[in-house]
Design a protein around this ligand. Structure first.
Ligand code: NAP
Length: 294
């Protein structure tokens, strides 16, 4: 098993760039790399408070000059692509190919390798990004992640004013704790734990859950009777637009809710990479109850 228990202070020789470092997952990756003594540089869009031991570079993933500067002296990159279009990634991938670091790309379990076209724009972009990275000769390590538990943070506003979470119905998935995905990413980044066949690692949680079940589990952690209410697509669209979400994102989310097929796949890839089984959503809810006002 990889050594992910290395004590803080025992420095790794690698310099690692973390993209999306201010996000739900990126933050967890940065924290872990730092605790393992790796040299960490985070790429963020907005300057954050300085943190000892973590170098922060401000830049946009679509700005090749910023990306080039961020890659100087870097051995490995934890890469996310949060855009709904892969076209602006060509410059980024060219910069990566020129700097030639190891690339660990965070993709999606929803990719169907046999489909010419993926179910919805979000999955399509991940498939295109994987292909771009491979075609550039980067031999990326691909982590295909299921739905992150941290997406539940999107419910905090609704739960401040009531006991109902409403939204579009979505396919049941094996929701995975973002801390497990971060542990898996760190194991790969620090130990070169690649699959010999270069197949993706498929990171899932231990059980397949519907939104209603997730909301009920969160309610149990908060000691509240919470329920999920399905909104028809047109109502969900109007509400997301009224909340100020960009139209192309709203359309992608609606397409995902309508077209993404249900998957029942549960893997042991988290355990293979981290040495321990993936955590449950129930535990995530208990650990994060304070964020929901409990
Ligand atoms: N969430 C899921 O269920 C899921 C499942 C599979 C794969 N993924 C992939 O994992 C990624 C990370 O997920 P997450 O939940 O951590 O997302 P998140 O919390 O929304 O974080 C995304 C981060 O990317 C940054 N960002 C957005 N556009 C950028 C740009 N043009 N240049 C540089 N940085 C940019 C954001 O910066 P700001 O802080 O400035 O907004 C944010 O910090 C997703 O983007 C997706 O590609 C997610």
């Amino acid at each position: 098993m990889p050594d992910t228990t290395r004590p803080a202070g025992a420095r790794h020789s690698s310099s690692i760039l973390v993209t999306g470092a201010a996000g739900n997952l990126g933050r967890e990756v940065v924290n872990r790399l730092h605790a393992h003594g790796a040299r960490v540089r985070s790429l963020v869009r907005h300057q954050t408070a300085a943190r000892t031991g973590v170098e922060s570079v401000v830049g946009d993933l679509t700005d090749p000059t910023a990306v080039r500067a961020a890659l100087v002296g870097i051995d490995a990159v934890f890469l996310i692509w949060p855009l709904l279009d892969s076209a602006p990634a060509h410059d980024l991938v060219a910069e990566l190919a020129a700097a030639a670091p190891r690339v660990v790309y965070l993709s999606s379990t929803a990719i169907d390798d046999d489909a010419a076209r993926q179910s919805d724009p979000i999955v399509q972009v991940h498939a295109e990004m994987e292909a771009l990275l491979h075609d550039a000769g980067l031999r990326p390590t691909v982590l295909r992640s299921d739905t992150l538990a941290s997406n539940a943070r999107g419910w905090t506003q609704q739960l401040r004013v009531g006991d109902v979470v409403s939204g579009p119905d979505v396919a049941r998935t094996a929701v995975v704790d973002e801390r497990d995905v971060a542990d898996a990413a760190v194991a790969v980044l620090l130990t070169h734990h690649d699959r010999p066949d270069h197949e993706p690692h498929v990171l899932t949680g231990p059980e397949v859950l519907g939104r209603d079940e997730q909301v009920a589990l969160l309610g149990a952690a908060l000691r509240r009777r919470l329920r999920f209410q399905v909104l028809p697509a047109d109502q969900a669209r109007s509400r997301m637009l009224a909340d100020g979400r960009p139209e192309h994102l709203v359309e992608a989310l609606i397409a995902a809710s309508v077209r993404r097929p249900r998957t029942d796949r549960i893997t042991d890839h988290v355990e293979r990479l981290t040495g321990r089984p993936a955590g449950t959503f129930a535990q995530w809810a208990v650990d994060h109850a304070a964020e929901f006002g409990r």
